[in-house]
Design a protein. Structure first.
Length: 316
């Protein structure tokens, strides 16, 4: 989801709690994506001039490699009753190390996770990516902006432990909303999780909406966000305040690597730096020159891999 889309959704959602255009605007932010693009989304895409062609080509190339691997499609049912889909690639050489990868907003396992699968498989690890609730092939009507996703991801970790045994080791890695999901999980993970990588995480969904709206010239964001949060409680059943990851990060049980592009104006770099600073566990911060949102891996793939190599070697 681009920043213009969120801004347009925020404005239209604030038009009135009972107005259809308000509800449509809110759903552009949280609900499962429609096949037919709404006027709100078309306007948003017209306003976003960022060229994503290089990143799209980068990911598509990675997906081609991934598709040549033997991958098992698996399912769990969330505590809300949503059927969730996962994609498990076991290493050809038996390994007790599993990577769980959480993707960002408005994508799926062929998005952010695809950019890292080859790296982890070639290190000799197993790789599990998932489609989060209301995205990809998973069920559900509304995204959780890390609230639902972190709960579901802990269920996925339990699945791995039940299936492969108590002695496995797990790395958790996420990008954007997935990075926030990893942060939200960090104080709740089982002992099998040895380290976490949070790439361009936001501090909370409300902070993110506020930043994007203000960047688009929206005024009076406090009032607008109260309206949106009230609608979210009604439709999705959770409070956006519960997406705040600060407390979890302060009490993280595992070493954490925070990654952020220095030119990220969508989830601003300051959010990742703040989370790094408040984390009380062992931690490292990797800021990538010239990288915009969620593109650190493309901008400096060699440097990113070297940083991961060193962090994993230190803590796994």
């Amino acid at each position: 989801m681009n920043k213009k889309l969120i801004a347009v959704g925020v404005v239209t959602a604030a038009a009135g709690c009972l107005c259809k255009v308000a509800i449509d605007g809110y759903k552009e932010i949280t609900a499962r994506e429609k096949k037919k693009k709404s006027i709100i989304k078309r306007l948003a895409e017209m306003g976003d001039k960022t060229d994503y062609s290089d990143m799209i080509a980068f990911t598509q190339n990675k997906v081609k490699w991934n598709e040549q691997q033997e991958t098992e499609k698996i399912s769990i049912t969330s505590e809300r009753g949503d059927l969730l889909k996962g994609y498990l690639t076991l290493n050809k050489n038996e390994s007790n190390v599993f990577v769980f990868f959480a993707h960002g907003c408005r994508t799926d396992h062929n998005g952010d996770p695809a950019n890292f699968m080859q790296y982890y498989i070639e290190k000799g690890y197993n790789f599990l990516s998932v489609d989060h609730v209301a995205q990809g092939e998973s069920g559900g009507a509304y995204m959780g902006y890390d609230y639902f996703e972190s709960i579901d991801s802990l269920e996925w970790l339990d699945y791995l432990i039940r299936r492969f045994g108590q002695d496995i080791k797990i790395i958790i890695h996420g990008v954007s909303m997935g990075g926030a999901t990893v942060c939200q999980m960090s104080d709740k993970v089982p002992s099998q999780v040895k380290l976490a990588v949070a790439d361009c995480p936001y501090t909370s969904a409300l902070d993110e909406f506020d930043h994007v709206a203000k960047s688009a010239g929206v005024k009076y964001t406090n009032t607008i966000l109260k309206v949106i949060n009230a609608m979210n409680k009604r439709f999705a059943g959770y409070d956006f305040k519960d997406t705040d990851v600060r407390n979890a990060v302060k009490n993280a049980k595992v070493p954490m690597l925070f990654v952020h592009g220095k030119e990220d104006d969508f989830v601003p770099t300051r959010m990742g730096v703040e989370l790094y600073e408040i984390c009380t566990n062992e931690k490292e911060l990797y800021l990538v020159d010239n990288a915009i949102h969620a593109q650190s891996i493309k901008t400096d793939e060699v440097g990113y891999h070297k940083k991961l190599d060193a962090f994993i070697e230190k803590y796994l």
